[in-house]
Design a protein around this ligand. Structure first.
Ligand SMILES: [Zn+2]
Length: 256
């Protein structure tokens, strides 16, 4: 079992914030060496029951005096039991991955992502966000499979999860996105080729991200005489229509 401990508090002697546990599981200040007191479990999981306020290790004496007889406050030790925190999410990830028919690489990457974060709130949404990011990381385009979720909530969770897990989500692979759209709108393979060509041309203006890919598809399809609605493209690709409209305007301005 992997346990990560954060000790929260300040040394009353020197004001130092770098506190650690010594070999007797007492909290000590690493700056001045003062032994501050017993460790008390706290944090999202530890504080729910009275029992959880008991020290996680060592002495059960709460009001503890330091070596010079000063009474010091209880120092909180934030404890994270990885298995306990993430097991619910892991089950949810497996369930959701099979529901959305995602490959195993996505679910194992999603589990790796949730291992990187401390606390999980909202298990279902966290599992969905972790899977979404994972699909991007393993280059499986599956954005559209998440349509059942509240788009705005899931987007916010995805942003938060990237921040907490200290990773960034790559854009989807252009070929997969465009193939998906071409088959959704029942267009011919020539639109795939045109879209990819247009994406190359647009990349100095729009980059090669998802919105650029959608714009390239719309322009390619329209150039071939197909009536393509922005909102329908946004629906089919799980994107925000406003962003596509803005990008189309940017292209129109650049072409002028
Ligand atoms: Zn100190």
């Amino acid at each position: 079992m992997s346990v990560q401990i954060d000790i929260v508090g300040r040394c009353p002697v020197c004001g130092g914030e770098r506190l650690a546990l010594n070999s007797e599981y007492m909290v000590v200040c690493t700056s001045c060496g003062t032994v501050l007191g017993g460790a008390v479990a706290s944090g999202a999981y530890a504080t729910r029951r009275d029992d959880d306020h008991a020290p996680i290790f060592g002495s059960t004496l709460f009001d503890w005096h330091d070596i010079r007889g000063l009474v010091v406050p209880k120092y909180k030790v934030y404890e994270m039991l990885n298995r306990r925190v993430s097991s619910g999410v892991e089950t949810e990830i497996d369930k959701l991955a099979s529901l959305l028919s995602l490959p195993k690489a996505c679910s194992s990457t999603a589990k790796w992502i949730v291992m990187r974060i401390r606390y999980v709130r909202d298990v279902e949404l966290t599992a969905a966000a972790a899977l979404f990011i994972s699909c991007r990381i393993v280059k499986t385009y599956a954005d559209f499979k998440f349509k059942g979720f509240d788009a705005e909530k899931l987007r916010r969770k995805i942003v938060l999860l990237q921040k907490l897990a200290k990773l960034s989500m790559p854009p989807p692979p252009p070929v997969q996105v465009i193939h998906h759209l071409v088959s959704e709108f029942k267009l011919g393979p020539e639109v795939v080729r045109d879209s990819l060509d247009i994406l190359e041309v647009l990349s100095p203006i729009l980059g090669r991200g998802k919105i650029a890919q959608l714009v390239a598809f719309i322009l390619a399809a329209r150039a071939r005489g197909h009536k393509i609605d922005v909102r329908a493209v946004a629906d089919a690709s799980w994107s925000q229509p406003d962003l596509i409209v803005d990008a189309l305007k940017t292209v129109a301005r650049a072409v002028k």
